[in-house]
Design a protein around this ligand. Structure first.
Ligand code: H2U
Ligand code: ZN
Length: 349
């Protein structure tokens, strides 16, 4: 393969997880980072905010009061998008008006009592505690007989619709497999059926061999810009060992996961010296009973920023009407993310 063609000629790249294509136009921005990079104003958040509905001891919107928690805190979302007792119904008018009721449970997890801390600035042991809570929520919700999927995700930054800078994430557990995990499941299945191996084990092997798109790695995990990335600084976090859910973390893997989460988010924050916005989430096996041996534990980071702290990337025009498109190749985004320091810019001497 002549890899330089990928940096010069318009082409389509295939996403083997979703089986969608992305159009890459590298000739449009050969050097997208020339010139000054604009920074946003520092956030200067207080350690405790009396008006924050997630800070310890404060009142939430529905009148409930948070305990004076000292590490993590989990509660039922007061404005849950899904409810466990939704009445069951099904509608089908001529295969055109089709709807089904959906049951679910939505929870919120506060990572820290500190209003101003985010994952990249938390200690490894604090992040390990967050992983312990994620594991407990996945196990507890996944064990409910009608819950087929548990989505843990974090919206960070107002740009991504996060309602509050207090470090937190959400968990939505529901009765059916959502669209993207279902696409991935089909891909994992077909790949393991025809190749007798795992799609992401094989992909990770390829990436580690070339190293071109590997941002950081440790014994347990690697973060890469996937070959088929759509968002400018999109990354894919994969376990090195093949397993299907956070429940199966073993040995040093909890510490390794904490380490890699911290390192990739420090790199993101350092990119534009701002609290970098993103949506991230884990993709894990369905929770309806079977082991799903074909599933490979991974997480996606989708950041909306393009070339400064304020130039946002939207899906518009051709992307809404036809096909996602990007000018910055996964390789050039990887080069940029790789050269960044793993000391948080706020923690520099
Ligand atoms: P986001 O920042 O990702 O929106 O998550 C915060 C969640 O917190 C959001 O889903 C919930 C919102 O419904 N929330 C409460 O449960 N109680 C409140 O008092 C305010 C916000
Ligand atoms: Zn707070």
């Amino acid at each position: 393969m002549d890899a330089s063609l990928l940096q010069e000629v318009a082409h389509r790249r295939f996403n083997p997880l979703t089986r969608e294509w992305v159009l890459v136009s590298p000739h449009r921005t050969k050097r997208p980072w020339l010139g000054r990079v604009e920074k946003s104003a520092p956030e200067n958040l207080p350690v405790y905010d009396p008006t924050c509905y997630l800070c310890p001891g404060n009142e939430r919107a529905d009148g409930a009061r948070n305990p004076k928690y000292t590490s993590t805190f989990v509660f039922e979302n007061d404005f849950a998008a899904l409810l466990p007792d939704a009445p069951s119904f099904e509608i089908n008018e001529g295969d055109l008006l089709v709807a089904r009721s959906e049951k679910g449970i939505c929870r919120v997890i506060c990572f820290s009592p500190r209003h101003d801390l985010t994952i990249p600035r938390m200690s490894l042991s604090e992040i390990c505690e967050v992983i312990r809570v994620w594991t407990e929520e996945f196990r507890r919700l996944g064990a409910i007989d009608w819950v087929r999927h548990v989505q843990i995700f974090e919206n960070r930054g107002a740009l991504m619709g996060a309602s509050n800078p207090h470090p937190h994430c959400q968990v939505w557990a529901n009765a059916t497999l959502p669209v993207l995990p279902e696409k991935e499941l089909v891909s994992f299945r077909e790949y393991s059926g025809t190749k007798k191996s795992c799609l992401l084990c094989d992909y990770l092997q390829l990436e580690l061999q070339s190293g071109e798109r590997v941002i950081c790695e440790n014994d347990g995990f690697a973060v890469i810009t996937p070959f088929w990335a759509v968002w400018p600084f999109e990354t894919l976090l994969m376990s090195k060992r093949h397993f299907a859910s956070i429940e199966e973390l073993a040995g040093q893997e909890v510490e390794s996961l904490a380490d890699i989460l911290r390192r990739i988010t420090i790199r993101y924050d350092n990119l534009f010296e701002t609290s970098f916005p993103y949506s991230m989430g884990f993709h894990q096996r369905p929770t309806d009973g079977p082991a799903y041996p074909e599933w490979h534990f991974h997480a996606h980071y989708f950041p909306p920023l393009l070339r400064s702290a304020t130039v946002q990337k939207f899906m518009v025009g051709y992307e809404l009407l036809a096909n996602p498109q990007r000018d910055i190749t996964a390789e050039s985004a990887a080069r940029r993310l790789k050269e960044i320091s793993e000391t948080h810019y706020l923690d520099r001497p």
